[in-house]
Design a protein around this ligand. Structure first.
Ligand SMILES: O=P(O)(O)OC[C@H]1O[C@H](OP(=O)(O)OP(=O)(O)O)[C@H](O)[C@@H]1O
Ligand SMILES: Nc1ncnc2[nH]cnc12
Length: 153
């Protein structure tokens, strides 16, 4: 069952309420980086970053970023993929929030956290709209907290 967030985007009030829930949780927490996972983390990450006064750092699929990158491979339900982050986008010691639309097996968020930790950032939390708890992805997040709005059973 594909969990599709595009219908939420058609409803401006629901979309704004969704962003506001994250903003309420993260404002004032001294977060300087919101890292969004391609592709759907690019929809929710930037408005959260703007509202809490953080920079937005895109974590992209391979060969999309023009500058020097670090890369992290991960396993999907079917196959492998890789995320990349620009070198220099995040400084050691920065406090980071990772944003995506959904956690399934947790492989994607784990790779995102590895990129941030590789450059010395502190991952404060991961935030998603939807969790598929049956896939136990939460357990792959290296003990870091995960905040979700909806658990899909
Ligand atoms: O927890 P996981 O098992 O790693 O799966 C979650 C990831 O899967 C989806 O992206 P997808 O890989 O389909 O990429 P896309 O958004 O670019 O289509 C979703 O947006 C998450 O990023
Ligand atoms: N069931 C699902 N729905 C949407 N995106 C996904 N990514 C991994 N599993 C997914």
């Amino acid at each position: 069952m594909f969990q599709d967030i595009t219908t939420l985007l058609l409803d401006p009030k629901a979309f704004k309420d969704t962003i506001d829930l994250f903003v309420e949780r993260y404002k004032g927490k001294n977060i300087s980086v919101v890292a969004g996972v391609e592709a759907r983390g690019f929809i929710f990450g930037p408005p959260i970053a703007l509202a809490i006064g953080a920079k937005f750092v895109p974590l992209r699929k391979p060969r999309k970023l023009p500058g020097q990158v670090i890369s992290e491979e991960y396993i999907l339900e079917y196959g492998r993929d890789c995320l990349e982050m620009h070198v220099g986008a995040v400084e050691p010691g920065e406090r980071a929030l990772v944003v995506d639309d959904l956690i399934a097996t947790g492989g994607t968020l784990c790779a995102a956290m590895n990129l941030l930790e590789c450059v010395g950032a502190e991952v404060v939390e991961c935030a998603c709209l939807i969790e598929l708890p049956e896939l136990k992805g939460r357990g792959r997040l290296k003990g870091k907290p995960l905040y979700v709005l909806v658990e899909y059973q």
